[in-house]
Design a protein around this ligand. Structure first.
Ligand code: AMP
Ligand code: ZN
Length: 473
């Protein structure tokens, strides 16, 4: 990967894992990546999954480029929301968060998100948190108030480098912590929180309590990687204060850089607005599956926008994702139909290597997947033209299939079909509507209904006996 936008430097930086340039990607040590993972108090929503699909694309692309990766994503299993959820349901915190952790893993699998190497849980990383706090304490950077411990930001002169937030920007009285605690400076944040009634707590050398949110990630990075990591990712909402605070704690405790490259994913909007329950535009992955949309179309849609641009999620967009996938499947079907042996077609061969070259050129530039997918559809178009002219034989078709498999190690939507939940009545109602449109010669409408069904994982076939539908396998 040649260049990557680093939130910390606010520019495109050359990507050098480990900080020492080598002659080839294979010579680099494994790229160490930490991604802020889900807070397991509920189902993750499709905005969260935009960020998680981006993490997946990042690791897949690095591997495609010849790097090895060592990737951790934490599970935040203790905070105000998880504690409140467990109390409300009358179960232990562990029972409550285990359930949503399981659901999160299932959802990742549904979207063809590869498992990462480490899934540390906050509640299993308390020792590492104690270690950071002990280091900070020795340096005189923390203070106690009402049984809680706070990090004193005024003593960390590099504070604000990531978010560009200065003390002037922070309004007195504003809350930067989910909990209300008294502190000396509004910017200070809790490292360790005194237990409130009915809350779970841990015994530590500095008393009973539970971790603040920010210390969890600093501790898990330290526990797994031990030293400076290459990449830290998360959504843009985490830049301040979460990531700023992670830097402050880790760098103050261990006197070494925390992270080389900070990557932040822009938000997903739904039909142009922020997702919110009151607007009725708040969707979990399972909400979309219940509406009959296919995991494959959802993955495609979440992946295709550049990560530093907002993605406006719409149901039309999902239908268009279905159209794009149909083009891919049609090409695969045509390639499978080529049985005739012919001499190798040089134009096809050239086009294959040209495509890989232009794909890499696009995506190497700050992971520009939108442009990369553009080069992919140009490639499909050119291959279709060669097939139209009957220029390709079996060997060419095999080479192209090989390229599709190779590129799918990054995309994960070419040969992935996922499972589809079917609402028979709804499908049949749409088929009837489509048949009506065809009778009225409204082919645009008929085609758009067929594409919508495709994005839900349903293939429509018009036969002499009438219209049939089947579930894409
Ligand atoms: P949480 O479970 O709230 O800790 O969030 C998990 C991840 O999803 C974090 O990296 C967030 O920054 C990210 N995230 C939250 N909302 C959105 C959104 N609307 N679009 C994209 N990413 C989001
Ligand atoms: Zn985090």
């Amino acid at each position: 990967m040649a260049k990557i936008f680093n939130t910390l430097t606010r520019r495109l930086d050359p990507f050098i894992p480990g900080g020492v340039a080598k002659d080839s990607t294979a010579e680099y040590p494994p790229v160490t990546i930490y991604s802020c993972g889900p807070t397991v108090y509920s189902y993750a929503h499709i905005g969260n999954f935009r960020t998680f699909v981006f993490n997946d694309f990042l690791r897949r692309y690095l591997k495609f480029r010849g790097y090895t990766v060592n990737h951790a994503m934490n599970i935040t299993d203790v905070d105000d929301k998880t504690i409140a959820g467990a109390l409300k349901e009358g179960v232990t915190l562990k029972e409550y968060t285990d359930n949503y952790t399981q659901i999160f893993f299932e959802d990742c699998k549904t979207l063809n998100i590869e498992p990462v190497e480490h899934y540390p849980r906050a509640t299993e990383s308390i020792d590492a948190m104690i270690d950071i706090i002990a280091h900070l304490d020795k340096k005189g950077l923390i203070y106690e108030k009402d049984g809680s411990l706070y990090f004193s930001i005024a003593k960390f002169h590099k504070y604000g480098r990531l978010s560009n937030v200065t003390s002037m920007d922070i309004k007195a009285g504003a809350r930067y912590d989910a909990d209300e605690y008294t502190k000396e400076d509004v910017r200070d944040f809790a490292l360790w929180k005194a237990p409130k009634e009915n809350e779970p707590y841990w015994e530590t050398p500095f008393g009973k309590g539970r971790p603040g949110w920010h210390i969890e990630c600093s501790a898990m990075v330290r526990k797994i990687f031990g030293t400076t990591i290459d990449i830290h990712t998360g959504g843009v909402d985490l830049i301040f204060p979460h990531h700023e605070n992670e830097i402050a704690q880790s760098e103050a405790a261990y006197d070494e850089p925390f992270v080389r490259y900070w990557l932040h994913v822009e938000h997903l909007l739904v039909e142009g607005s922020k997702m919110s329950k009151s607007l009725g535009n708040f969707f979990t992955l399972r909400d979309l599956l219940d509406k009959g949309y296919s995991p494959r179309a959802i993955r495609y849609l979440l992946l295709t926008a550049h990560y530093r641009k907002q993605l406006n999620f719409t149901f039309d967009g999902l239908t268009q994702a279905g159209q794009a996938l149909l083009r891919i499947d049609n090409l695969i079907a045509r390639l499978n139909d080529i049985k005739q042996e012919k001499p190798i077609n040089e134009e096809a061969e050239k086009r294959c290597s040209q495509f890989i070259g232009s794909f890499i050129e696009a995506v190497d530039d700050d992971l520009n997947i939108a442009e990369g997918i553009g080069t992919f559809f140009d490639f499909l178009h050119d291959i279709n033209t060669l097939i139209d002219k009957r220029m390709l034989g079996k060997a060419d078709a095999d080479t192209i299939m090989h390229i599709l498999n190779h590129i799918d190690s990054v995309f994960g939507f070419i040969f992935f079909h996922g499972t589809v939940t079917v609402n028979k009545e709804e499908i049949e109602a749409l088929i009837e509507e489509r048949n009506k449109a065809r009778k009225e010669k409204n082919f645009t409408k008929a085609d758009s209904i067929r594409d919508e069904l495709y994005s839900k994982g349903i293939i429509v076939q018009d036969t002499r006996e009438g219209t049939r539908w089947l579930i894409k396998s």
